[in-house]
Ligand binder design. Structure first.
Ligand SMILES: [Zn+2]
Length: 368
């Protein structure tokens, strides 16, 4: 039997292009009650389930309930802001209702079920709400609709009062969606680093700081932030009374507070991704502030490093090198050789360029 492929197959690409995390469920392209009609808008829901976890209702949204066959939405939105792609065809999410001249909800609206109980003790994580705004804006932009074509289930459902979801204020929600549609992009909700310069870590990151985090979580410290690490972070966050979004930002760093070794401290001001530093390190490099103020250089993976105002910045604008002593900076990830302290350490400082690998030097030399 050849399964149909329904029309909404464009959703993941559109969401990914908006910078959102997307997880496709197996078979979603052929999942649906029928083909969609003309897609006119997006309908917001919450799952009204109190279960913990990122998207505990996913199976139900795919398969349905005893009283209502699935799929129950085209998209699920996890607490960490991941969009789960459930169906490219029609879903049973709207029921009877009316919004902006539209009365056939299931064939006209893309339904998003966001994981939330709807209760006062289940605040919406910033990262989830941010993804909700961005995702709805991206979907509306794709179908050529404005923010007015985003409705809450509670606004659409008839008779009035039939549905309470979503729990948040829809006019406020629409104004945020409108801001995204007009090209205004608010700051991401989680700061990029905490006060100790520890970068916000999330799935996909790697390096010595991830390994330090893993040791604090008492899991295998392979230095790779994958699903297992994310799961352990969520569990630790729940234990600490934080929003279990699986992302290690300032609040999670403060709660976990892993002891940092010399090398991971140095890493705290370096890019979060990239290879972990080798055990037998040593190259100490330094450069005088004066004369190097705008020198373009590169690290040994050939990532450009730019020195501005006496501080070296990595490719993402992160602080890459930390201050070692007055007028000198150590290059990124390398701790000093053991026992090389005090003025002896200073004595080993040589101009930074001399210690860079040949290819990096060539690159640097070729720049004005
Ligand atoms: Zn609903």
């Amino acid at each position: 039997m050849v399964l149909p492929i329904y029309n909404l197959i464009w959703m993941p690409a559109v969401l990914e292009a908006a910078g959102l995390k997307v997880a496709e469920t197996p078979g979603w392209r052929s999942r649906g009650r029928a083909e969609m009609g003309t897609v006119r808008g997006v309908m917001c829901h919450h799952t009204a389930t109190a279960a913990p976890g990122n998207m505990p209702t996913l199976k139900t949204l795919i398969n349905g309930r005893s009283d209502l066959p699935g799929p129950l939405a085209q998209l699920g939105l996890g607490r960490d802001g991941t969009f789960y792609v459930i169906a490219a065809g029609r879903a049973n999410h709207a029921g009877a209702g009316y919004w902006e001249g539209i009365k056939y909800g299931n064939s006209s609206f893309i339904g998003i079920e966001a994981e939330n109980s709807g209760l006062a003790n289940d605040p919406w994580p910033d990262i989830q709400m941010d993804a909700y705004h961005r995702g709805v804006a991206a979907l509306l932009a794709h179908i050529g609709a404005d923010a007015g074509k985003c409705c809450g289930h509670k606004e659409y459902a008839l008779p009035k009062g039939r549905k309470p979801d979503p729990s948040f204020d829809m006019p406020t929600f629409r104004s945020s969606v409108a801001a995204f549609l007009s090209g205004k992009t608010p700051e991401p909700p989680i700061p990029a680093k905490d006060e100790q310069d520890r970068p916000t870590l999330r799935r996909g990151d790697s390096g010595a700081l991830v390994a330090a985090l893993q040791r604090a979580l008492e899991i295998d410290d392979d230095g790779k932030f994958g699903p297992g690490t994310e799961k352990a972070v969520r569990a630790a966050q729940r234990k600490a009374g934080l929003v279990p979004d699986g992302i290690v930002g300032p609040k999670s760093w403060a709660a976990l507070n892993p002891p940092l070794t010399a090398s991971t401290s140095a890493l705290a001001s370096a890019p979060a991704s990239g290879p972990a530093p080798q055990a037998q390190t040593v190259a100490m490099a330094a450069l005088p502030v004066a004369g190097a103020a705008s020198l373009p250089i590169a690290d040994d993976a050939n990532h450009p490093v730019v020195v501005r105002g006496g501080i070296a910045f990595g490719p993402g604008g992160q602080r890459f090198a930390s201050r070692l002593s007055q007028g000198f900076y150590t290059l990124g990830l390398r701790p000093p050789p053991p026992g090389w302290g005090g003025h002896r350490r200073q004595a080993c400082l040589v101009p930074l360029l001399a210690l860079l690998p040949q290819h990096a030097r060539t690159k640097a030399d070729s720049k004005p």
